[in-house]
Design a binder for this molecule. Structure first.
Ligand SMILES: [Zn+2]
Length: 89
């Protein structure tokens, strides 16, 4: 086994998770942060659902190709993102 399970990583807060979500989906997080990210996901249904929505959005956006996202779609997405953050406090 590569991973030693000495202790569970301290999970991120919901807000920290939201701030790191793009890095997570791009595989840009370091190993420790990703472990904390996933520890939070395991315990938080809201964030698990959010990640699934983000993945779906990226799939849809990915089909359009880079730079092809219409401005109004981008604005709609950013608004949804801000609403979610506000609801979570
Ligand atoms: Zn959460």
């Amino acid at each position: 086994m590569i991973f030693r399970r000495r202790r569970r990583p301290a999970p991120l807060s919901c807000q920290e998770l939201v701030e790191l979500v793009t890095d997570y989906l791009e595989g840009a997080l370091d190993e420790q942060t990703r472990a904390r990210f996933e520890a939070h996901l395991a315990d938080c249904d809201g964030c698990s659902e959010y990640i699934e929505q983000m993945r779906e959005t990226i799939r849809l956006v990915g089909r359009l190709g880079k730079g092809d996202l219409p401005p109004q779609a981008r604005a709609k997405f950013m608004t949804a993102f801000e609403d979610w953050k506000t609801e979570q406090g």
